[in-house]
Design a protein around this ligand. Structure first.
Ligand code: SAM
Length: 331
């Protein structure tokens, strides 16, 4: 148990205490709800970040390869769209992760002597520290300001840093980690944080053969399974819970009609788990809804842009047309 000892917080900083309280409140609210759910933003502790790297490296997980192909094969055209009229800009990446794909774009922009600053935002402090340590070494001359926190809290902070034009990257189909109505709301809020002349590069995984999609969330080596179970491990270590991981099973589904790919953890027994001084009861076969990875058609992404007050102006596809990076501008 790291921070909760006899219900007394030990020597953590105020920010950590607040985080742990919020984490505890969110987990209890999710596990007491019907049906049970956990918030996917908590997947990303340092182990979660590492397992996500393994997922991205697995044979079945195609989205990273598709988007990487776009970033390596169409770098010049992407950079041209960012540089636009040549005015200085802040390149803000929401949920930057390891910035593996954006690094290709950053290198190209530096070679072009573009006047820009890179502002990665991520809820994982581990990720932001990694980027702050590594990118100035691999990309000499890069101006970087890393911000740890929630997308819009940090976007607001980023906006206060300078009045420069903003180009926002939201890659890896992170938008798909929200149900469609939440994604729509997210795009509206994103638009409200931006101004005329700003733009967004939105990476979205497209609908395709259902078997290809399902396999990506059910890889043979079990990385996706481990990723989901790691959240229970995190809750055990940070909130003093006693989840028995052998009593939960990873269950992914894909519905080609709605485009929703969802992951669940199924309770394999009637069981009770205690955490944050509370007890949560699971019936055998009851599920915890863990994550959605929503798939779209190109038309649906254009519609989402337009309804949110953006103009979809350009599409970059991989050679299989499995993934799109779309440029949306604020008119
Ligand atoms: C699926 S990974 C994708 C990383 C990267 N964009 C890519 O394309 O490879 C999602 C990233 O978003 C971050 N993230 C998730 N929810 C977040 C939130 N609410 N606010 C800020 N970052 C978040 C995670 O920590 C993680 O690094």
């Amino acid at each position: 148990m790291k921070n909760f000892e006899n219900n007394v917080l030990t020597d953590t900083s105020v920010a950590e205490q607040e985080f742990n309280q919020q984490f505890c409140d969110d987990v209890i609210a999710g596990l007491k709800a019907v049906p049970k759910f956990l918030q996917p933003k908590y997947f990303y502790n340092s182990t979660g970040d590492e397992i996500f790297q393994q997922i991205m490296g697995s044979n079945e997980y195609y989205p990273t390869d598709c988007e990487l192909e776009i970033f390596t094969q169409q770098t010049q055209e992407l950079a041209k769209a960012m540089i636009a009229d040549g005015s200085p800009f802040d390149l803000i990446e929401l949920g930057a992760g390891d910035a593996m794909k954006s690094t290709h774009l950053l290198r190209h922009l530096l070679n072009e002597s573009a006047d820009f600053r890179y502002v990665p935002i991520d809820i994982s402090g581990h990720v932001i520290n990694y980027l702050k340590e590594t990118l100035p070494v691999t990309l000499p001359g890069l101006q970087l300001i890393g911000l740890t926190g929630e997308y819009f809290h940090m976007l607001k902070e980023a906006a206060e840093l300078s009045p420069r034009r903003k180009v926002v990257l939201f890659l890896g189909s992170n938008i798909g980690n929200m149900p469609v109505s939440d994604a729509q709301q997210f795009c509206i809020e994103l638009r409200n944080h931006l101004a005329k002349g700003d733009s967004v590069l939105m990476g979205v995984d497209l609908k395709k053969n259902p078997k290809t999609i399902l396999a990506a969330y059910n890889d043979a080596e079990g990385h996706t399974r481990n990723f989901n179970l790691n959240l229970l491990t995190r809750i055990n270590s940070e909130l003093g819970a006693n989840f028995d991981l052998s009593k939960f099973e990873h269950y992914p589904t894909y519905d080609p009609e709605t485009g929703a790919c969802k992951s669940y953890l199924i309770s394999l027994a009637d069981q009770q788990v205690s955490l944050c001084n509370q007890t949560v009861t699971f019936a055998k076969d009851e599920y915890i809804y863990m994550e959605i990875s929503q798939k779209y058609t190109v038309g649906q992404t254009d519609y989402m842009a337009s309804v949110s007050g953006f103009k979809p102006v350009q599409h970059f596809f991989d050679s299989k047309n499995w993934f799109v990076d779309a440029i949306w501008t604020v008119e």
